[in-house]
Structures are given as structure tokens and as C-alpha cells.
Design a protein around this ligand. Structure first.
Ligand SMILES: [Fe+2]
Length: 392
């Protein structure tokens, strides 16, 4: 028996002479050879071994060759079948080919080389089919894996798509709520602005009422506030202040003397020159004005202007004796307008000065006032935009 394990083949022979012939013929070939004399033994070997090839005579004890091959075909379809046949057995050959689908015929008249070639081709055929089926199986497995993967991918795709759609819907809802909230906020904001404006208007009306009360108390300066307001507006336009600063300056111009509400009217109305004590009392009006306006939040920027409208650049002013850069431009504007209006208006102790004399005063006291603002004031007067009280 050949020792090669790779290619087990079975030979079923009744003819004892052929036994040795085949064993000699295939001795050096790469086959593991089983050789028996009847089909019962052959079927037993087939049951216990994974054979690649069965060679069988037609006339053997047990089943005849045709029935034997039919059985193998049904039970072990992969096993290659070869019929060993005599030259005259044409009927048998036809049946064995058609009914048993044998791979080939080993004719008893064939040469040893032909036998070896046919057997070799049959074993190769088995090996080829085995690899082919194995590859097919592998491909089938891969296909199943791919289909599974595909199903998972589809599931994940639908899952992700579903999540995206859900997120999109949530985002749309958030967006809608945001728009609603913004609309609500806008309405509330408009309402708040309207209320704030009403409140501001109400405050301003009250303050204007106070200013009128001062002028009623200090009859000699009647109309002073209104004229300073107008003069300051002209200067602010000429200097190109921002709209915000113009508004602040206007409030400060209207309210600059509001502190006089706290000064005794006997002093305010005194026709003659004030004593030093009386002047000290008068000098308190910027501080009193600041105290009155302090609680009103939206007028906060007017406070330094109300407090500082009697300050002078050389430090001789009151109440703080500020100098130069310590006095803001807006404050200097009010100071120049206030002094010019006072000089060009009648006072209990003197008549209104004419315009030239008023400007001579500024030139004479050039260290006290911002001469740039004085120059702009001259332009405003020359342009006829503002007409002083004393010119009438
Ligand atoms: Fe004043």
C-alpha cells in the first residue's frame, strides 16, 4: 500500500491478476491505495475514508459496477468514478456513462501510461473541484458577511438619519421659540423704552417747572436760563459736538442755576452790591444744584457741568477752584455762555454791556476763559444766529 495520505483512492477488483498489476503500476505515484475484491468491503472503506477516486470493474462480487457507481454517485457525489472495462462491453459502457456519470473509462486494452494518465487526471479533477468548491464556499461566506454588513449599514444609516431628522426638528422648535422670545423681548423692550421716555419727559417737565420757579424768585435774571440754553446750543452746533453731548449740554444749560432755588430770595433780588457773606451764600448754588439733580440717574452726566459752571481756568472760580484741564470742554462752553449772557443783560447793579465791551472783558480776563470758545462765540454773534438781550 502506498504511504501517501494526500490522495486516497479505492480500487475494486475481482481479478486477482490485476491486483499486482495496479499495485506495481501505481507504487511510485502519490496515492494512498485501498484495494478490495467486492463492493461490500468497498462501501465500508468509502464510509470510513474521504476518498478521491474509485476504480471498479463491472463484474465484482456484491453489486455490479453500474449499481455500485449509482450508489456512490448518490451518497458521495464528489468522489470521481472510473470504470475498468473490457473492450466489448459497449452496452455497459453506455449505461455507466449516462447513468453513473463516470469520469472516464479504463480500457483493459490500454497501456500502463494511459492508465496512469487517466488516474492522474481524475485525481487532479477531484483536487480542482475541491478547491473550486472551497472557494465557492468561501465566497458564499463572504457574501453572507457582506449582506449582514450591508443590513447593519442600512440600519445604522436609518438610525443616523432618524437622529439627524430628530435633531433638525428640535433645532427648528428651538428656532421658533427663539423667534417668539425675541419678538416678546422686542415688544417688552419697546414698552420699557416708551415708559422710560415718559419718565424722562415727566422729570424734565418737573425740572423746567423748578427752573421757572427760580426765575420767578430771581426776577432780575428772568429769561437768563432760556438764553443760556439757546447760546449753548449754537456753540455746540458750531463745535460739532456729538448728538449725545448736545443733549447733555442742553440739560446742563437749563439746569445750571437750579441750585438758586435754595438761596434766599432777598439775596437773589438785592439791588445793590452783595456783601462778602451774601456772595458766599450765592456761591453755594452749584453744589445745591448738584444735590438736587444727583438722584436723577439719566441726568448723571450733567452733574459736573452744574457743579463746575462757575469754575475759571486760572483756578479763581468756585466751588472747587479747578484749573485748566481739570475743567471739561463742555463745562467751559456753559461758563462762557453764562458769563456772556450775564454781561449782556441788565442787572440790578448795572446796565447790560454792549457786545464789544463784553468781549473786551473776556480778552482782559483771558486767563479765566477758553479763548477758543470765546472766538467761536464771536462767530455765532457775528453770524446773527444769537441776539444778546442788551442789543434790543
Ligand atoms: Fe450760576
Amino acid at each position: 500500500m502506498n504511504v501517501t495520505e494526500e490522495n486516497p483512492i479505492l480500487i475494486v477488483l475481482h481479478n486477482v491478476v490485476l491486483y499486482d498489476y495496479f499495485l506495481d503500476l501505481l507504487e511510485k505515484e502519490p496515492y494512498k491505495i485501498f484495494i478490495v475484491q467486492n463492493t461490500n468491503d468497498a462501501l465500508q472503506i468509502l464510509k470510513n475514508n474521504k476518498l478521491k477516486l474509485v476504480i471498479c470493474e463491472h463484474h465484482v462480487p456484491g453489486l455490479d459496477g453500474i449499481e455500485f457507481f449509482k450508489k456512490i454517485k448518490a451518497k458521495y457525489p464528489d468522489v470521481i468514478r472510473l470504470m475498468l472495462s473490457g473492450a466489448k462491453e459497449f452496452d455497459i459502457l453506455a449505461r455507466v456513462i449516462n447513468e453513473c456519470e463516470v469520469y472516464n473509462i479504463l480500457s483493459s486494452t490500454g497501456s500502463p501510461e494511459e492508465f496512469k494518465n487517466i488516474i492522474s487526471m481524475a485525481v487532479n479533477r477531484y483536487n480542482y473541484m475541491e478547491r473550486y468548491n472551497s472557494k465557492n464556499m468561501e465566497i458564499s461566506h463572504k457574501n453572507v458577511e457582506l449582506e449582514t454588513l450591508n443590513i447593519h449599514l442600512e440600519e445604522r444609516f436609518y438610525e443616523k438619519t432618524s437622529l439627524l431628522l430628530k435633531a433638525k426638528k428640535e433645532l427648528e422648535e428651538v428656532n421658533i421659540n427663539l423667534k417668539k422670545n425675541l419678538a416678546h423681548l422686542s415688544a417688552v423692550s419697546a414698552e420699557r423704552d416708551a415708559l422710560y421716555n415718559d419718565l424722562q419727559r415727566s422729570y424734565i417737565e418737573t425740572l423746567y417747572g423748578l427752573v421757572n420757579a427760580i426765575e420767578a424768585k430771581d426776577t432780575y435774571t428772568s429769561g437768563h436760563t432760556e438764553r443760556v440754553d439757546k447760546l449753548v446750543s449754537c456753540l455746540a452746533d458750531k463745535i460739532f459736538l456729538s448728538e449725545h453731548d448736545k443733549v447733555t449740554l442742553k440739560y446742563a444749560a437749563v439746569l445750571h442755576d437750579i441750585g438758586k432755588i435754595g438761596i434766599d430770595k432777598a439775596i437773589l433780588r438785592k439791588p445793590g452790591k452783595l456783601s462778602e457773606e451774601e456772595f458766599d451764600i450765592i456761591k453755594k448754588h452749584p453744589l445745591i444744584g448738584e444735590k438736587i439733580i444727583e438722584p436723577i440717574h439719566f441726568l448723571a452726566e450733567t452733574l459736573p457741568l452744574i457743579r463746575g459752571h462757575h469754575e475759571k481756568l486760572d483756578g479763581t472760580g468756585y466751588p472747587d477752584g479747578l484749573k485748566n484741564s481739570e475743567i471739561s470742554e463742555m463745562c467751559r462752553i456753559i461758563t462762557v455762555a453764562d458769563v456772556f449772557e450775564a454781561l449782556t443783560s441788565d442787572r440790578p447793579y448795572r446796565r447790560a454791556m454792549d457786545i464789544k465791551d463784553a468781549f473786551d472783558i473776556f480778552k482782559k480776563e483771558k486767563d479765566k476763559y477758553d479763548l477758543n470758545i470765546v472766538k467761536i462765540l464771536e462767530e455765532v454773534i457775528n453770524d446773527g444766529v444769537y441776539e444778546p438781550e442788551g442789543v434790543k
